[in-house]
Design a protein around this ligand. Sequence first.
Ligand code: FAD
Length: 451
Amino acid sequence: MSSSYAADLAAILGDPSRVLTHPQVVEQLSRDFYWYSPVLRRQLDGKVGELVVQPLAEKEVVAILRYCHAHDLPVTTRGAGTGNYGQAVPLRGGVVLDLARMDRIESIEPGGVAVCQPGVRLGLLESEARKVGWELRCYPSTLAKATVGGFLGGGSGGIGSVAHGNLRDFDTVRALDVVTMEAEPRTVRHEGQAVHEILHAWGTNGIIVRIWLALAPAIDWAQCAVAFDTFDAAYNFSERIANDPAWTKRLVTTFEWPIPSFFSPIKQYAPEGKALVFFLIAANQLGAFEAAARDAGGQISYSGAYAGLRTRPLLSDYTWNHTTLWAMKTNDAYTYLQCAFDRDKVRDQMRRLKDRFGSEILFHMEFWKGGDGKIVPGAIPVVYYTTEERLNDMIRYCREIGVFVANPHVNYVEGGGRYREDNVQLLAKRRYDPKGLLNPGKMATFEPKSP
Ligand code: FAD
């Protein structure tokens, strides 16, 4: 890339310190957590941008996009780079647009809607919201690092989803301001259904610069870990709690042994050979909850107050896609899948997967509320990887027996689980990025307009 691009962009920002060109820095800011996937590792290792630009405000984003459009420069946006599918890895070089410094919370409205810039860390938003009686409806287990914009651009749900659904449900994302990639970039407000044109589009069809995010009333939480002799007993109890609206909960995560043995910092809470369930449950229900767990044959291996992100142990650090990380630390042959089981057939589906793949698949279950208000028995199973063929065989078999798979081993929006069948993300890309300069290569069905 011509060094004149860096000089021009520094002049546009009026601050050369926010245009980074040192190769090691650029390489570091061109990566995310794609290495969770042995398949993506092969495809994406060595892919880097050519320089990084760090805007502080919407008008700077507009000016950067205007310049990049005029010079046909690809732009790959990143928040904190914790995505798992290489969403933030530039495939065609160009500019990495690092939004982590656009990190202002504008307001937390009395009705429970946060208005903020995209680079705000979810953990900060959670603590600021709690100060005024609100909390995030759902968040990924990476909340300490991950940004709100990155969560909307590349994430789906997490802790809290068992009560409030995923990010795309129940009007959690109220509105977005999006900057387009045109000769004269526009800021377009997306409200209501129109937010779905941009959500989980991996920064391919516009840059989110302002967000209105609905919150939930804050609750005093407690953490609890319950061990069971068998996975079946653990699953039955966790499914019951997840489904029963009388329990106020934020997290229900079930692990088959030996997954709990991977959690080395908290091994004292993971009795040898037992399945384990982690809960975040309303503090005022903890006594009754422990009694219910014992009645179901469970042994409480840990229980205690939850006082925010600094709580130790922080059980959520072992849930959602952190579970895979602990598995990979134990043996780097482990990887994962993202599944949704059928509520009525989940036991049969799990049995069939075990019969066919044995210990190549280890069950790590996560529950969330579906858009229809019913609880979905989801899973991020730990998978022992041998070959791509074997992995694809497992994905094929899951689909054959009715288990939905959002494939985390592909690097284009359509291949994952969140592409909209009504093509609204693609249609927005055609309108907002006709040259195809935003995160090029990630929306496979898009064809740039010929000049
Ligand atoms: P990035 O990785 O920087 O970006 C994600 C995507 O969004 C990229 O395509 C990027 O181009 C795009 N993007 C970023 N900002 C913008 C913007 N302002 N406008 C338009 N596009 C933008 N995900 C979950 O959903 N739930 C989980 O529980 C979860 N657990 C995880 C656990 C671990 C250990 C890891 C490594 C990942 C996990 N993830 C999870 C994935 C990831 O952490 C989250 O999705 C996170 O919210 C991404 O935020 P980020 O700021 O790191 O985004």
